[in-house]
Design a protein around this ligand. Structure first.
Ligand SMILES: CCC(=O)SCCNC(=O)CCNC(=O)[C@H](O)C(C)(C)COP(=O)(O)OP(=O)(O)OC[C@H]1O[C@@H](n2cnc3c(N)ncnc32)[C@H](O)[C@@H]1OP(=O)(O)O
Length: 245
């Protein structure tokens, strides 16, 4: 989509206030923490949060010290999708909102950083979609995740149908999207949607996720990691060139 069009959508979305998306860069570890911050509404996303997220992703593209990124929610839940108060007011703007989120989440997934969604508490609808815009999903043992949009008569709108199909294959993607079932962390792990379930005994899940990322994927220099991720993105785009965007 044209940058000018995205710019116009951005100006409209910014009018729907509430919450924020906050970015913390740590040059020493090379890890960035991206936090969805609307905890009274379970970190569901307002228009302003969509704009914040787009800005954070743009800032991350310029971060030369970066190796990894953890996307999380504030206060024990990841995200319950679109903020329904905002979504109801912006129903006439659904197509534009979807295009804007699609652009942001594609840029997020293709960042030259290894990204992990720390899935805690409720992760529903658009929240489940957001989690698929990361390379990996680490889940709290009590977390639940579900693509529940169809219960509201909606399809996924933030690109998850494409990303889930790439991640799990057609059969599993269709099943998760068309059943709207809500998976426990254990079921998500066995389906291949989650990559690691944090042990119940853990008392600092963010620290555990940082450790998992640093030891498994981010032990090399930032230059090497960023180059490898770019190669993987290029290979993925080439092998999926027949997909609609
Ligand atoms: C883009 C399209 C989409 O994302 S479609 C999917 C939209 N999301 C949903 O349908 C989830 C809606 N929320 C729920 O079903 C429940 O809140 C769930 C997550 C099951 C939690 O239930 P429970 O533990 O009883 O908490 P609760 O309902 O009292 O919620 C606490 C406060 O959070 C709010 N909240 C939660 N999710 C949203 C949301 N998506 N948009 C706006 N507000 C949300 C609730 O309204 C509640 O607020 P309040 O305390 O009543 O002021």
């Amino acid at each position: 989509m044209q940058r000018q069009t995205l710019h116009n959508i951005r100006n409209e979305l910014a009018k729907f206030e509430g919450g924020s998306v906050d970015l913390d860069l740590d040059d020493e570890t090379g890890l960035a923490i991206l936090t969805l911050n609307n905890p009274r509404r379970m970190n569901s996303m307002t228009g302003k949060m969509m704009v914040d997220l787009a800005d954070c992703v743009s800032e991350l593209t310029k971060w030369s010290h970066g190796k990894g990124l953890i996307l999380k929610g504030q206060g024990g839940n990841f995200c319950t999708g679109g903020d329904l108060t905002f979504v109801k007011k912006a129903l006439h703007y659904g197509g534009e909102m979807a295009a804007y989120q699609h652009d942001t989440l594609t840029r997020l997934l293709n960042l030259p950083l290894i990204s992990v969604a720390l899935v805690q508490g409720h992760t529903l609808g658009g929240g489940a979609e957001l989690s698929t815009a990361c390379d990996y999903r680490v889940m709290s043992s009590t977390a639940k995740i579900g693509f529940v949009q169809m219960k509201m008569g909606l399809t996924t709108a933030w690109g998850a149908a494409t990303r889930l199909t790439r991640l799990l294959g057609r059969r599993k993607a269709i099943n998760l999207l068309c059943s709207a079932k809500i998976l426990t962390a254990r079921s998500a792990l066995s389906e291949g949607l989650a990559d690691y379930v944090i042990p119940e005994s853990c008392d600092d899940e963010l620290q555990e996720t940082k450790h998992w990322l640093l030891t498994n994927m981010c032990s090399l220099d930032p230059d090497v990691i960023q180059s490898l991720k770019r190669l993987v993105v290029r290979a993925d785009l080439r092998s999926n060139s027949s997909y609609a965007p």
